[in-house]
Design a protein around this ligand. Sequence first.
Ligand code: KIV
Ligand code: ZN
Length: 389
Amino acid sequence: MTRKIAIFDTTLRDGEQSPGASMNTEEKLVIARELIRMNVDVIEAGFPVSSPGDFKSVQEIGRLAGDACVVCGLTRAVDKDIQVAAEALATAERPRIHTGLGVSPSHLRDKLRLTEEQAIERGVHAVRFAKSFVDDVEFYAEDAGRAELPFLARIIEEVIKAGATVVNIPDTTGYNLPWDFGQRIRYLMEHVSGIEDVTVSVHTHNDLGMATALAMEAVRNGATQVECTINGLGERAGNTAMEEVVMAIRMHGDELDAHTDIVTTELTRASRLVSSITGINVQPNKSIVGANAFAHSSGIHQDGVLKARDTYEIIDPADVGAGGSQIILSARSGHAALRHRYEELGYTFTDAEFEPVYEAFLEVADKKKEVYDGDLESIVNERRREATA
Ligand code: KIV
Ligand code: ZN
């Protein structure tokens, strides 16, 4: 059996930090229901101290989830935040407080104005204080991707001693290359005592377009939880996209020694739901859930897919709830694709009949981005009229 990788969804917290993505409690509950249907392990429901609306969302999602998954609330390493998160999470059967602080030189020096020793003290205090309310406490080492490794190892070891059940190693600024980030995780696995007894989580951002690659390298080097969002929503360029992580692990589970328990057939529905609620469109060429993810446009590809789907598709669209593959008829399409579509519409032609139909099709196709069924019907009707005139 491969290692279980927990999927921690933060669409409702980091995802909501995307400009224009803010959601009210009702909308968050609709998404939370879908996340539960997908079998996510953890829902990060909000940042309770940030607003009464976020407090209520965490409360309501806690009530909704029952024992289906862990419900988590974010805090800074500040007593008031932790206390308020604990109050909001009182409705949850499986509550988690997610607390932490910046650990990179720039966060310590310019943002927090703390020495390394003071930061350790603050982190340890926050974890102990959170433990006085809930058993499950996750510590995030913000900007761990740019932290000094020996210091990162020291603070992680101290918060584990203080009772953290999960340690989160974020690449907050999306700065790392995949192999460097993987080495960071490996270093921690080898230098932090007690790390084998806790969940090691990663939270990567997409500033260089490598969030999923970083997460995969982290899994390969020992991480057992991935933090992600539907459609990769999140601060700036976004977070690791859940659909990418889940399908990459599914495709390469043996190599990664990993599996998730996500119901993959819900991925497309979840993507559309989040897009319609936030009003943020999914780019057509988005991996897994984009409108073109299973669409084939060039003649060579269409011919291949019609002969055997896996010539150009590594994923069966049905596995992600996407219906089927699409053949897009355009000026790049060849005979095979056009004949196939006409057959689906109930028309068969001899080779001699088909050639002028194909030529008429190319004339139409050169004037349009895509040729639709109505255009194909018109081509046939036109030829019939010409034949009987
Ligand atoms: O990107 C980040 O570091 C975060 C933390 C608050 C977990 O979102
Ligand atoms: Zn983040």
